[in-house]
Design a protein around this ligand. Structure first.
Ligand code: C5P
Length: 230
């Protein structure tokens, strides 16, 4: 195998925005299309990896990739934790919160007969942080290699890179792919600009604006040295 080969490596990629149901017809969602995760899965398969794509997106499956469809953060968590992978790339936009209760029947417009114009309130609860669980489960081991994504916006507390560096060290994954979001950037687009940060290394690689397959290629080029030492 060449230096960039992933033959014999089992890769799990998560992709898409999770959907958190309120009732049988409604959900809380987000703007993630799944395109970047699908590109990551596609490039890994092309390089010879066994690829499991755990997805809440309806994009067509890339060639040679096994797709496990999921809808919610809890379903995604269950599927990810069930696989003993060499590399996990968490490209999914996992909802941080879900409705505390899911109604078995459609919530009626007039949900309170005593006050026909009232709107219901939705109580939310926190979803588990799956990437944090993977880091914790790995402990002192180096396998699986863990890659996180971070959608960041610059703000008064700092720029995208400052936030991304802090998130990488806090989360404890090996690599963080930070993309700048907001203002029509990234979500649903075919191109993006990302920064690749490695834990414990000051050096940052910036890619783009480039097609998401180019971003995926750079991601695997950064992951492969870590896989070779497993
Ligand atoms: O902290 P933040 O949500 O920005 O972190 C994003 C990264 O964490 C992504 O890799 C995402 O897939 C992952 N994540 C997760 N579980 C959550 C929320 C985010 O694994 N509940």
């Amino acid at each position: 195998p060449s230096d960039d080969s992933l033959t014999g490596v089992h890769v799990v990629v998560t992709a898409g925005g999770t959907r958190e149901p309120l009732d049988p017809v409604r959900f809380l969602g987000n703007r993630s299309s799944g395109k970047q995760g699908y590109a990551v899965a596609e490039v890994a398969a092309r390089r010879g990896a066994k690829v499991t794509l755990i997805s809440s997106s309806t994009l067509p499956a890339p060639a040679g990739v096994e797709v496990v469809p999921v809808e919610t953060a809890l379903e995604l968590r269950e599927q990810v934790l069930a696989i003993d992978a060499d590399v996990v790339v968490m490209a999914a936009a996992v909802a941080d919160f879900r409705p505390a209760a899911v109604s078995d029947t459609k919530i009626k417009k007039t949900h309170d007969p005593a006050d026909p114009d009232a709107a219901p309130s939705v109580a939310l609860v926190r979803n588990p942080d799956i990437l944090a669980e993977l880091v914790q489960r790995r402990g002192e081991a180096t396998r699986p290699v863990l890659v996180g994504f971070a959608a960041e916006t610059g703000d008064a507390d700092g720029d995208v890179l400052t936030h991304a560096r802090a998130k990488l060290e806090r989360k404890g994954c090996d690599l963080l792919v930070a993309n700048e979001v907001g203002d029509g950037l990234t979500f649903g687009q075919d191109e993006s600009t990302v920064h690749l940060l490695r834990r414990g290394e000051a050096q940052v690689t910036t890619i783009g604006p480039a097609p998401k397959t180019v971003v995926a290629t750079a991601l695997w080029d950064a992951v492969i040295p870590l896989v070779k030492t497993l």
